[in-house]
Design a protein. Structure first.
Length: 183
């Protein structure tokens, strides 16, 4: 929710690359979010997220179900990654999940996120569910895995990986000092 303003302020270009965490977690032997598998970590994570969002004035409501299935939204974001609206779409999906406690696997919720941006949601949703789109997201997820990504958010700056919200400024500083676009 904050990367674009910070990147713009530091003059660093961003190249968003959507991927799925489920298959990456599965390779690590997890069938669920580590925040559910490790209750103490989960309790801490939720409280930490509340503090972070409060400090940044980002609306937050703990989802009644976590994690939710984000495959449909990820397909939209991946298939249309080069469109100028995809970053705002991604933020709208996060807002629906983490500020409104809405079911982001529901096509109506994803449609609402698209329509909220003034887009023809039904047409875009249909394209994002094509076999080609599904293959593209699978390939993008495999590529993320091959790069050693194990969680989100992850920031790649050249071959350097920075993981977590608390590493965003460090990733941007590294990109600026090494004249590399963050990904």
């Amino acid at each position: 929710m904050r990367i674009e303003k910070l990147a713009e302020a530091t003059g660093v270009a961003i190249d968003w690359k959507p991927f799925l965490l489920g298959p990456i977690f599965g390779e690590q032997g997890w069938s669920d979010s580590p925040f559910n598998i490790y209750p103490a970590k989960g309790k801490y994570m939720w409280r930490d997220l509340e503090r972070i969002c409060n400090a940044l004035s980002i609306p937050f409501v703990r989802p009644s179900r976590f994690p939710r299935n984000g495959v449909l939204a990820a397909r939209v974001a991946c298939w249309f990654a080069s469109e100028p609206w995809v970053n705002e779409f991604s933020k709208a999906v996060f807002h629906a999940n983490f500020a409104e406690d809405r079911e982001i696997s529901d096509p109506d919720v994803v449609l609402a996120c698209l329509r909220g941006l003034g887009l023809q949601g039904s047409r875009l949703l249909k394209q994002a569910q094509s076999a080609e789109s599904k293959a593209k997201l699978r390939a993008q997820t495999e590529h993320a895995r091959s790069l050693g990504i194990f969680g989100a958010p992850s920031f790649l700056v050249g071959k350097e990986m920075f993981w977590g919200n608390d590493r965003l400024e460090q990733a941007l500083a590294w990109a600026k000092s090494h004249d590399i676009a963050a990904k």
